[in-house]
Design a protein around this ligand. Structure first.
Ligand code: CP
Length: 348
């Protein structure tokens, strides 16, 4: 178990962490989960420490799992609404007395607390792909305390940790497990790619046989695909990309169908900044839905995963998400345990 490399580290993407480090995080998360289940106090771990959380976007799970997690570890999490502070902005994006340069915000908060966590994607950066990740990296550059990514436009690493922890709990191992991350239909095109990208990174890093199923227009970042191919090779596992929704589900152990935006939604040079075209593309794939028939294609012990919030009746039918194969509330709870693990390791 790796123990010596965590203190002071940022957590922006799993790509920056080794497989051995991620295994340590999962082990620590399971230990903290066990203590939580037993009602064993562990509030000495981050006693009197402060986490600053800046949410440019809405959240149920992320905000509350970080706040509850910090309370359990003996510290406190501050919720910061960018519209109620001076909105942190990069040079060139500043508005007088309305924004404050990220470099200044980061250095002020670093004088008062022990980590900064940011959620930023989509509208706050006008759907310029990578713009939110740039804000995240700029915060990390200026703050000499850990920077935690609560979801940007590329990565949602804490969600991915919760996802693989759930797979580990349900199956005991990753080797030989077919993990299918699939696109599914939603009427809302304004959904970032962070969850599917981080999910396939985590699954392939841990050694699952990973499949990405998506319509061609919902292709993901080529750098992420290349990383998954590399992890699959390192693990002696497979990584496949397909546009066959039902074919991908055959024999799967994990089915994770959810919507994300088409490339056309993003601003140039990545996309076309064309929400109307994005909507037309979406509406052509309404049959990409998690139904009982879809679940029946998978292994009899397969689990249904979703990061939540789910677009019920579009992405998934109630019989599936409320059915016996669904592990969505385990995933939601596991957000708290993996976040406590990472915070304990990097903020101690
Ligand atoms: N899965 C997830 O990040 O949920 P929230 O948007 O509610 O934080």
């Amino acid at each position: 178990m790796k123990t010596d490399s965590f203190r002071g580290r940022d957590f922006i993407t799993l790509l920056d962490w080794s497989k051995e480090e991620v295994e340590t995080v999962l082990d620590v998360a399971l230990d903290l989960k066990q203590r939580y289940a037993l009602g064993e106090l562990h509030d000495h771990i981050l006693r009197a420490k402060t986490l600053f959380m800046v949410f440019y976007n809405q959240s149920l799970r992320t905000r509350n799992s970080f706040e509850a997690g910090m309370t359990q570890l003996g510290g406190h999490a501050h919720f910061l609404d960018p519209s109620k502070i001076y909105t942190p902005a990069l040079p060139g994006k500043e508005v007088a007395y309305s924004t404050e340069r990220v470099s200044d915000v980061a250095r002020v908060l670093a004088r008062m607390g022990d980590a900064i966590a940011i959620r930023c994607y989509g509208d706050p950066v006008d759907w310029a792909y990578g713009g939110a990740n740039e804000i995240m990296r700029n915060f990390a550059y200026w703050a000499d305390i850990p920077l935690l990514n609560m979801e940007d436009d590329k990565y949602h690493p804490f969600q991915a940790l919760a996802d693989v922890l759930t797979v580990k709990e349900k199956f005991g191992e990753f080797k030989g497990k077919k993990f299918v991350m699939s696109w599914a239909y939603s009427p809302s095109v304004h959904k970032p790619r962070a969850v599917p990208q981080s999910a396939i990174i985590a699954a392939s890093m841990m050694g699952c046989d990973t499949v990405l199923a998506r319509p061609p227009e919902m292709a993901l970042d080529p750098e992420v695909i290349a990383a998954c191919e590399k992890y699959a090779e390192m693990n002696g596992a497979s990584f496949e990309v397909t546009d066959d929704f039902e074919g991908a589900a055959e024999g799967a152990h994990v089915l994770y169908p959810k919507a994300w935006c088409p490339v056309q939604l993003f601003q140039p040079p990545v996309g076309e900044n064309n929400p109307q075209l994005a909507q037309e593309i979406f509406d052509g794939y309404k049959d990409w839905k998690a139904t009982p028939e879809y679940m029946a294609l998978a292994d009899p012990n397969a689990i249904y995963m979703h990061c939540l919030p789910a677009d019920r009746s579009w992405e998934v039918e109630d019989d599936v998400i409320d059915g016996p194969q669904s592990v969505v509330f385990d995933e939601a709870e596991n957000r708290m345990h993996v976040q406590k693990a990472v915070m304990s390791l990097v903020m101690r």
